[in-house]
Design a protein around this ligand. Sequence first.
Ligand SMILES: [Zn+2]
Length: 386
Amino acid sequence: MSSAETVPPANLAALIHTDELARFDYGDDHPFKPLRARTTIELCARYGLLDGPGVVRIAPQAAEPAYLERFHDPAYLAVLRRASGGVHDVAALARGIGTEDCPVLRGIWEFCLLATGATQACVAAVLDGTARRAFNLVGGFHHAFRGRAEGFCYVNDAGAAIEDLLARGLRVAYVDLDAHHGNGVQDAFYAEDRVLKISLHESGATLYPFGGAETELGAGRGLGFNVNVPLLERTDDEVYLETFEALVPPLLEAFRPDVVVAELGADAHVSDPLSHLRLTSGAYYRLVERLCALAPRLVGLGGGGYDVFRAARCWTLAWAAMAEREPQDGYAGLVGGMMFGSENDGLFDRPSPTTGAAKDRARAEARRVVEFHRRSVFPRLGATSP
Ligand SMILES: [Zn+2]
């Protein structure tokens, strides 16, 4: 890639945040709470993760509207801007704004520009040598399409960042760990072979957006560059990590991205009220550790997560992994490959394995999907099984 490869980054990780993002309110009845970001910052401070060698904090600026136009239809952005002033009309509704999921919210335009500016700052930080990894807690709005809002997402900051990276001639791997399928990113880059899309998510049989089947493999020259991993309800750490290991490292090693953009939605956590997966916070730590080891440059984005406190714990651990710190905690080491804490109030959850027939079903389905991709995608990308 560019000069970024020859100059070692000054820091391991950059945390991009302003409290202005955390203060934006979707309304009491809406499950999306930007406040999670403030809780994460507070937890990071409590565990001593915000300063010291190897880490830097950056306050983002609002993105220019032109940055969003890299991804979005300008006519859609004009409608969003009007809706942000309180205009609730048929044109907005036709673009998905004014629904229960994406209500007309005063100031949403400015919020979107600032959240996207934070993701843009992540891209800048990993390319200009500031840090090897960068994390925007209020990003990863993966359900927004080029021309419409969907699933709490009005603009797709991940998509705009990917367009930015492509325009610089870089190869991008997009890895989506959110419980929901990354439909907006998939749709935008479905025919693109310079972007490898990998989404692990709860099956569309039981969760919005009700797609993301393994058979959606991409189109045209992008065929084989779209890898969906639908998982059954109650999939736990053990099955999820086994599935991740079987697919993600070999695919990234074969594709050789310059930058990995990762959507780290914390809604696959066992406590999440919207999804039915069963990850613990320790799984997030392990997954982000693995992504850090595999990615030459990593842009981490927050995404979903509807249990505010537990999402903040997952992202505190994600940040610790990016900064290569071990949070001093009830952390009690490794047991059977899984981390656990001795205290409920620590960052690491107690193990929460699924048992019995539900576990057998979840494992069998995950292994079936892995085999499907080993046969259909691996040969196309030149990937080999571990
Ligand atoms: Zn989600």
